[in-house]
Each structure stands twice: as C-alpha cells, then as structure tokens.
Design a protein around this ligand. Structure first.
Ligand SMILES: NC(=O)c1ccc[n+]([C@@H]2O[C@H](COP(=O)([O-])OP(=O)(O)OC[C@H]3O[C@@H](n4cnc5c(N)ncnc54)[C@H](O)[C@@H]3O)[C@@H](O)[C@H]2O)c1
Ligand SMILES: [Zn+2]
Ligand SMILES: [Zn+2]
Length: 378
C-alpha cells in the first residue's frame, strides 16, 4: 500500500530545520505484514530527543529512514501465526522487540535482545528485511522496528503492547518511550527505595518522567537539575523538592549542601557529558550514577578509577528503563489512571506532518517537552 511518511535522507542539516527541512514527507510503499507481523494505523508519534540525535548526526542510523520510535495506533491487519492480538486492538509501540530465545531474553532482559540489536542496526524487522520502499524502489530503513512518523507501520508482533488507556490513544504514545525510559530507570534499573535522595539531571520528556517515578517510589528529596529555568519551574509543579540550575558554577556544591554530602542516586537524563559530570560529582559515597541520556557517539566521560573503589560508587546504563514492556506499560498506565503519573502534563501540543521540522526545532531549543504527531490529522 502507498502511504505518507516522514523520511530522513541526510544528517546534519542546518538549523532552523523549519527552513532546511531535513525531514521530508514522502509517499512510500509499505508491504503487507509477513508471518508474525502486524499492520498498524498510527494514532500518535512522540518527538523524542533520540530522533533529534539521528537528524543532527549525533547517533548513526541507516539511511534513508522513516523516523519515530515512540508511538501508538490501532491494529488493522494481522499476519499469519499471530493469535493473541486482533484487528481493532489499541496498542502502544515498544522500540525493542525481543526474540524470546537469546541469552538476554531468557535472562529476563528483553530490552537487550541480541536478535533485535542486529535488526535495529540494519534498519530491518526481526524476520529480516525492510517493509518500506520509496517511489524509486529503494529500500527505506525502519527506526528500531517502529517508524511511526507515518500513516501506517508494519511491525513485529512483539513491538506492540495492547493497552487500555484513559488517555486519548494518540497521547498514549508517550508511554512507549518517555514514560517507560524515565520511570523505568528509577523503578527498574536503580530500584530506589522510599526515603532515598535523588537528582534528576535533564528535564525533558524522559527526565520529568524520572522525577515522577522517584515521587511514586517515595524518594525523600528529589532535586531537579536543568539549564532552563522554565523546566525547573515545571519540575517544582510536578513534585521536585529542590531545583538547581546547572548553569550556576556552584551547582554541584548546591546539591551537596542540600543533601549533606550527596544524593543516593543521580540520573543523567540529558545526553550530555557535562550532565554526566554533574551526576558523578553529586553522589555520596556508596551512591550510584544511572546514565539514561544518549550522548553523541564520539563523546567520552572520564573518572578516577580509585575514587570508584574508595567510595564504592557505581556508574551504570539504563536502556528503555530496563523495562519488560508487556508488564510495565500497563502498570504505568494504571499509575496514570490513579493520578500518580500525570504524564498528560508533559504533552505540549499535537502536530501534523507539516510541523515536524518545526517540532524538532522546538525540541532542540528546549521549548517543548513532548509533541505528538498525528499523521491522519488534516
Ligand atoms: N536510555 C534510553 O533507552 C533512552 C530512551 C529515550 C531517550 N533517551 C535519551 O534521553 C535523553 C533525553 O531525552 P528527552 O527526549 O527527554 O530530551 P529533551 O531534549 O526533551 O531533554 C533534555 C533536557 O536536558 C537539559 N540539559 C541539557 N544540558 C544539560 C546539562 N548540562 N545539565 C542539565 N540539564 C541539561 C535540556 O535543557 C533539556 O531540558 C536523550 O539523550 C535521549 O536520546 C534514552
Ligand atoms: Zn525516545
Ligand atoms: Zn532475544
């Protein structure tokens, strides 16, 4: 079938993107779902910094590519062999399908599935190949098996999580990345305990979800850190007990003073080495840095190995919030329903295809948290 999709062909375009237009809306060919796959009509696609990092060249992906990894939609066709999902089911995408048989899947870490990792690097689905072609017959890559900045998507069955959401389905897209990644980093990766002290460094869609997750877990102090005063203001409304502007030269001292020597956990939610340094310097002896943001591919972070030993500090990564999406997305939706994860407050606006480049300008300039592309909107 033919459909409209947001295609990226080149990286590193000049800003503003609203003028240079790196994301083009093209008519592309989508082949039907194969065995074990689904065709989904897209309701919403959230603009995440990870998409922006592909556009600006910070993170490499095969080109050309249909963008989008945070999204939601309705199943409209079911491939052979899929028995547990039917036409009309509302779903949220999760961007790391899992094979169920590799060592990581079998160890309860499906977000690290080895088969999916190989498919993602090629821009393919797990059964092999792409289902997307352009008008000249050239293959177009899938982004993380999702590519939801399009009218439709063909996906692996495992990319879909059935949902029953009180949110409009388009807005439920936010559960697929920002919520799962931010809340999961706190509840699954770090497993913080009630009474712990936490710093959330970087307050975009992912970091503000981390803050909400820390509140759910009963953190005693939640220190919100960003370079934007507007983001700090929003963090206070959402439950931060303290705020610190990372542009202040003494911002680390402020955090150490607030906590009598450092936080138990510092979460890096911005994708910058400067923020990672803030995190590392802000943890107490025995504390832990959890890096969630994806810094540019060529960036490096240095630390003194003896310091890690003497003070038993830890630095660890968190991919997709260490989530088991089929378990965690419905849990987080239930927390939303109870009013404990008010993620609707993180959605600024819905946009149409024409506004995608401008949307990435806004994300880049820190002027929006989550913007939801609604591809069927007139
Ligand atoms: N680990 C994962 O699975 C995963 C999943 C999704 C997104 N990500 C990554 O998470 C990061 C955040 O994504 P997002 O969509 O929330 O981005 P965003 O652009 O909305 O938010 C980033 C925030 O960091 C702030 N910031 C920048 N430099 C800072 C500094 N030195 N100190 C403190 N704050 C600083 C910005 O002002 C902004 O508010 C990105 O790097 C993204 O690629 C990781
Ligand atoms: Zn994302
Ligand atoms: Zn696997």
């Amino acid at each position: 079938m033919k459909m409209k999709a947001a295609v990226l062909r080149e990286i590193g375009a000049k800003r503003p993107y609203a003028l240079s237009g790196p994301v083009r809306i093209e008519e592309v060919e989508l082949t039907p779902p194969k065995e074990g796959e689904l065709l989904v009509k897209i309701s919403g696609g959230g603009l995440c910094h990870s998409d922006l990092s592909i556009i600006n060249g910070h993170r490499a992906r095969p080109m050309p590519l249909v963008l989008g990894h945070e999204g939601s939609g309705e199943v409209v066709e079911v491939g052979v062999g899929v028995r547990d999902i039917k036409m009309g089911d509302p779903i949220v995408f999760q961007f790391s399908a899992s094979c169920g048989v590799c060592i990581n899947c079998l160890s309860g870490r499906p977000q690290l599935c080895e088969t999916h990792n190989v498919a993602r690097a090629k821009g393919h689905l797990m059964a092999g190949g792409s289902r997307l072609k352009d008008g000249k017959g050239q293959e177009i890559a899938h982004q993380s098996g999702v590519s939801c900045f399009a009218e439709y998507a063909v996906i692996d069955r495992g990319t879909a999580v059935k949902v029953d959401s009180d949110l409009p389905l388009a807005d439920a897209a936010i559960f697929g990345c920002a919520v799962m990644t931010g809340v999961g980093a706190v509840l699954n990766t770090a497993r913080i305990r009630a009474g712990d002290t936490v710093a959330c460094v970087g307050l975009g869609g992912v970091g503000l979800n981390g803050l909400l997750g820390a509140k759910v877990a009963g953190a005693e102090k939640i220190i919100a850190v960003d370079i934007s005063d507007d983001k700090l203001g929003l963090a206070r409304q959402l439950g931060a007990t303290h705020t610190v502007n990372a542009r202040d030269t003494d911002h680390v001292e402020q955090i150490l003073d607030m906590t009598g020597g450092g936080v138990d956990y510092a979460f890096e939610f911005s994708g910058s080495v400067a923020a990672t340094e803030t995190c590392y310097k802000s943890i107490r002896m025995g504390g832990e840095v959890v890096i969630v943001g994806l810094a540019p591919n060529n960036s490096l972070f240095t630390f003194n190995p003896a310091d890690i030993v003497n003070s038993e500090k830890a630095i660890r990564g968190s991919y997709m919030g260490s989530c088991v999406p089929v378990r965690d997305i419905p849990r987080y939706i239930e927390l939303y329903r109870q009013g404990r994860l008010p993620v609707d407050k993180l959605i600024n606006r819905s946009i149409s295809f024409d506004e995608v480049n401008d949307g990435f300008d806004k994300l880049s300039d820190g002027l929006a948290i989550r913007q939801i592309l609604e591809p069927h909107r007139a």
